[in-house]
Design a protein around this ligand. Sequence first.
Ligand code: SF4
Length: 472
Amino acid sequence: MTERISVFDMLKIGVGPSSSHTLGPWRAAMRWLKELKEQGEFNQINRVKIELFGSLSLTGKGHATDIAILLGLLGEDPVTTDTSLIEEKINQIKTAKKLSLLGENLIGFNEKTDLIFAKKRLPFHANGLRFTAFNEDNFIENIYYSIGGGFVVAEGEDVTKTQKILKYPCDMPADLLVHCEKHDLSIAEMVMENEKAWRTSTEIKEGIMRIWHTMEECVYKGCNTGGVLPGGLNVRRRAAVMNKKLLGESTYNNSAEWIAKIKKHRFQFETVLKWVSCFALAVNEENAALGRVVTAPTNGSAGVIPAVLMYYFCFRNKKATNRHIIRFLLVAGEIGTFFKKRATISAAMGGCQAEIGVSSAMAAAGLTEVMGGSPAQCLMAAEIAMEHHLGLTCDPVAGLVQVPCIERNSMGAIKAITACNIALDSDPKEAKVTLDNVIDTMWQTAKDMKTKYKETSKGGLAVNITVNVVEC
Ligand code: SF4
């Protein structure tokens, strides 16, 4: 039996720029201190040391892993923390050389000696973290792994031991089709039933709408914020420029007014295409600026699903309701779980096919569902979207989630829309490749891919373009 994963694990509200390098380490730090508290060891801590291994140590600086860990140690929640205060909180720790663990236990902290980018790799996964807590006369050591999409496992932990019993368990996409056909259900209806193992149907609907509103707000903010992204690469934000060109000199006070303005126009194909790119760029510019995003399934690929959903909402079905949004996201989330269970959603394990490829497959299936496609067509759309991302490497320039990451989200969104269109006009029975096949192929390709193309910034664009990074 494979792991049971909720769609809420695939779509998580968090902070940029990376799910495996920011959100995961953040959660690992919080989890570690919570566990020490449960064990009665927390109050005695007088020093902590954190070591980062593998990809975390190679690209952790550019991915804000150090910042995320400090915020986690402070007890800041990535879902609710005020992102505008992050810089101030980090500067305080650096200046005072003191840190208040979970806001309760003030200890001395020297980043140079207590937060170490160790170059080695731990055996289980490319993203390892070792936390050490010292007290008067002893120390406790714990190892965690950030395995992609914000998921964290402790060394030796077996997550399948404590899992939920689902009404329609699916180990692979083919199982999903069997349940849908046998019980005459759409994928969204089937997933809704399964989600009830974790929460009530009201909680599911409210939770999904919260995710959508976070996505919507993120697109809006990104489309209305100019300037240069942090990190020293001097990447200029483009979504706001595009938004202005597309809407003209328009006034609006919030996302609802802005969306209403977009919907009012009758845009030509080429302009709609530009909007899709603009939505995706907006989210990933926000992500790169440490803004609030929805990990879907990762932060680097957070723009694909919102861009495709905005496309549906603004251009394909202007009368779309909450029901459509919920169906879209339930299906997208469910598709993501298969990649997590059977392959990987971690770029450090599988390159960018595991991020943008998976998000594109998720978005393609979600769009096909709300466009009236059958369950088989939804899976076909997901398959097509991933098929044309196979082999995509991860080579972030200067270790920042900016180049090629931001534009790559636009490409993933466009491919998702095309995959949906092809699937809606096809008979899935005639398809030569199934979603099961493509997931297996993606995992084989991941295993064959050289390490330098797996979020190390030691290959591809990361080494072939000359950059002048100005530390800031
Ligand atoms: S290249 Fe792709 S996988 Fe790598 S950091 Fe960028 S978006 Fe993520």
